[in-house]
Design a protein. Structure first.
Length: 75
């Protein structure tokens, strides 16, 4: 299990949990779900449209990776 924290302008907006990925196809599906969740957060005024940081953590809260994503990304 991986936890994906969506942060924008230094503020944590959302958390998305998903199964750990082992293939590139799984990673694309997870990223698509993250972007979809971010779009819903924009509609609810929790985030603004544009870039956001994704912090990947394991089940113990240890940070594994970070990457930048956009609300208009398509995977």
């Amino acid at each position: 299990m991986r936890f994906y924290h969506l942060e924008q302008y230094g503020r944590r907006c959302l958390c998305h949990n998903d199964n750990a990925y082992s293939t590139e196809k799984d990673l694309k599906e997870i990223c698509a779900r993250i972007v979809e969740k971010a779009k819903k957060a924009v509609e609810q005024s929790l985030m603004v449209d544009g870039a956001f940081d994704v912090v990947v953590c394991d089940k113990d809260g240890i940070e594994l990776d970070t990457f930048i994503c956009w609300t208009d990304d398509i995977y």
